[in-house]
Every structure is written in structure tokens, then in C-alpha cells.
Design a protein around this ligand. Structure first.
Ligand code: SF4
Ligand code: SF4
Length: 364
């Protein structure tokens, strides 16, 4: 997607519903992490779709404009049939250009094996993107993740994947940090760590939700107080000056919301992205309390996408959730005129890296 398409999407999508460009598949809700900001690991994982059912559903014409597909969780690499899930997605999606995985990187051996399988599944001409959760450097990350040794595992995983990349694998690497009271002191250090390794780093503020991350019971510990919001806003203002254009735009949006102003961007995620949960049900928007009780693997998605139900949900997200939301879901899929006038996101400074950054908000 280029700047012109992003601009058109921003203004025309609500008038003429496009087909989705992004797919996010929560392959499992199992997790070997114990993150303080996430309740997934405290709850029963529930049923998981079969790769053959996923392949069958994704082969429908409705999914053939998907360019970017992510395998997430939970910790998706825990699925013993992970390779078959990756193959199902790469095989069924004819328009796919990037196959991504979001991982906590707690098991470098396992992650390396899964990424190698994704490279094989993706095949020639496509990229694989690995996004690793990192909430700080060293003990800051270990504390935020409630897991001693977690940052050492991140470093080992990075070392292995960077080696793969040096050997010529079409692999992009990035980090995602969830800003929360527990890591406010370590944000600068993490930013400098990523910069020194030339890694794309995205920041999002912890989302309190009874869906996906299931952490509403920990709202108090996760919510930034006034001083914390001010510190986070100051930090984001500083790094926006050193970030690719799309991320700088995202950080300005976060600053606005942190400062008590409404989000100055419409969220068009429900026009561009399909999120499928491990049991096949649709996840409409991580900030919404309502699950869309429909199954993406068995229903006619083309009809569902255009249904009155889906239209009402889009309107509700726009009206009720979007104005206070700081996540970056589908960031790279649409762009307001002000960003176009400021020079857009294509080109060496923005371009591909910015486009890939759109995944930033989806793995806690
Ligand atoms: S944030 Fe990710 S790694 Fe942490 S418990 Fe939740 S799913 Fe697992
Ligand atoms: S950016 Fe916010 S409002 Fe938009 S889909 Fe994501 S969580 Fe929902």
C-alpha cells in the first residue's frame, strides 16, 4: 500500500467498504509468559482451530487482497502444529507479501525453528516479520513480564534471528513495548537499545480490556496516573522527532490522548483488518467488551463484512472507543491529508518500515 492508497482509504473506506488487507490470527491462547499487564496466561486456553479449517476458510476470494498476515496469541510458537498454521496462511493467501509472528521470545530455540518454518512457508518474493515483546532492558523487562531471564532470552533470540538475516533470509525484526507504570523508568534505555541494534521499536500504552488481554482486574496497577501520563507524553514527544513518519504520527496521537484530548485519527481497523481468535471467532476491536459472536472459519465472511451488524459495530467503535484509544492497530493502512501534506510515509525514512509498524498494537 502506498501513500496515495492510504489517503484514499482514510476518506473513502467509510463510503465504499474495501476488502481487508490485513489478517491477524490468534493461533492459541496458551502462553508460557506471566506478564503483569496480561491475563491470558491465567485463564483456560480453550479450543484451537485446525490448520486445514483455516486454510479452507482463507482460500475464499474475500481474503485474496490480504497483504499482511500475522500469527499471534497467546504465545503462537507454542502450537505444536505452528508450521502447518504458517503453511495454511501462506498457501491460501494469494496476495500475501508479509507473514508475521508476534512472540515473547522466551524460548529462543523454539522461536528460531518457527521462524525458519515461516520462511519456508512464505516462499520466494515474500517477507517474514518477527516482532518480539520487550518492555525494557534487563531487569525492567523481567519485572514487567514477571519472568526472570526473559530479557536474556530476548537477546539470544535476536542474536539468532539477526544471524539468519545476515545469511540472506528475507526477515525483518522489530520490538514492541507496552508502556505501563512498571517500566516508565526504562523507556529511554530501551529506545537506545533498539537504536543501537537498528531494530524497529513500537510503543503502545497498556490497554485495560476484558477482551484479548483480559486484564480488567488489574486496571489499577496498569493505569498511568497524571504524573505517569505526563512522563509518557514527554518521552513520546522526544522520540517522535527520531522516528519514521508513521510512528511519529502514532506517537503524536498517543500524546494527545495522554494529555486528555480526543484521538485525532479515526480508527479504520474494522475496514482493513480481520482478527480471528484461536477458536475461529472474530475479534472486532481489542478495546471492545463485545465479542462478535461469529465464526470466521465457518461463515460467509464476504456477507458478514458487509452486514448491518458489522456496519453498526464500525459506527460504535468510531463513536465510543476510538476517541480514547492509544493503540496503533492498522496504523499504516490509512493516512489523513495533514500527513500527506507533511510529506507522507513512503520513501527512505518511512516507507516499508512504517507500513510494517501497523502491527505494533496487537501483541501485549
Ligand atoms: S502479553 Fe503476550 S507473552 Fe505476556 S502473557 Fe500475554 S500473551 Fe503471553
Ligand atoms: S486502534 Fe483502538 S479503536 Fe481501533 S481497533 Fe485498535 S483497539 Fe479498537
Amino acid at each position: 500500500m502506498n501513500d496515495r492508497e492510504r489517503l484514499l482509504t482514510y476518506y473513502l473506506a467509510p463510503l465504499r467498504l474495501p476488502l481487508p488487507r490485513n489478517l491477524c490470527v490468534n493461533a492459541t491462547l496458551r502462553c508460557d509468559g506471566h506478564c503483569g499487564h496480561c491475563g491470558i496466561w491465567r485463564q483456560p486456553a480453550g479450543p484451537e482451530f485446525a490448520p486445514a479449517d483455516l486454510a479452507r476458510a482463507l482460500a475464499a476470494p474475500f481474503f485474496q487482497r490480504i497483504e499482511t498476515a500475522w500469527i499471534t496469541g497467546g504465545e503462537p510458537t507454542l502450537r505444536p502444529d505452528f508450521d502447518a498454521v504458517a503453511a495454511a496462511m501462506a498457501g491460501a493467501l494469494s496476495g500475501l507479501t508479509t507473514l508475521g509472528v508476534a512472540t515473547n521470545a522466551l524460548d529462543p530455540d523454539r522461536v528460531e525453528k518457527r521462524v525458519r518454518a515461516m520462511l519456508t512457508a512464505a516462499g520466494p518474493g515474500r517477507k517474514v516479520f518477527t516482532q518480539i515483546s520487550a518492555d525494557g532492558v534487563g531487569p525492567v523487562h523481567d519485572r514487567a513480564r514477571h519472568c526472570p531471564g526473559a530479557f536474556a532470552a530476548v537477546q539470544e533470540t535476536l542474536k539468532r534471528l539477526e544471524r539468519l538475516r545476515r545469511d540472506g533470509a528475507p526477515l525483518d525484526l522489530g520490538l514492541n513495548c507496552v508502556i505501563q507504570p512498571a517500566n516508565l523508568d526504562g523507556l529511554d534505555e530501551l529506545f537506545n537499545f533498539a537504536k543501537s541494534r537498528n531494530l524497529l521499536l513500537t510503543f503502545n500504552v497498556a490497554l485495560v480490556t476484558d477482551q484479548v488481554y483480559r486484564n480488567r482486574d488489574r486496571a489499577e496497577a496498569l493505569t498511568l496516573d497524571d504524573a505517569g501520563r505526563a512522563r509518557a507524553a514527554t518521552f513520546l514527544a522526544a522520540i517522535a522527532l527520531q522516528s519514521p513518519p508513521a510512528l511519529a504520527y502514532h506517537y503524536r496521537i498517543m500524546q494527545a490522548v495522554l494529555s486528555g484530548r480526543p484521538r485525532p485519527r479515526r480508527c479504520l481497523t474494522l475496514y482493513s483488518t480481520v482478527n480471528i481468535n484461536a477458536d475461529g471467532t472474530l475479534i472486532p476491536c481489542p478495546a471492545s467488551s463485545d465479542l462478535f459472536p461469529r465464526n470466521a472459519l465457518t461463515e460467509d465472511m464476504a456477507a458478514l463484512w458487509k452486514s448491518v451488524e458489522a456496519r453498526e459495530l464500525r459506527a460504535r467503535v468510531r463513536r465510543e472507543l476510538c476517541p480514547g484509544c492509544m493503540l496503533s492497530c492498522s496504523l499504516g493502512d490509512s493516512m489523513p491529508f495533514s500527513e500527506w501534506l507533511a510529506g507522507g510515509w513512503d520513501g527512505p525514512a518511512g516507507g516499508r518500515r512504517a507500513w510494517l509498524a501497523r502491527r505494533g498494537g496487537r501483541h501485549a
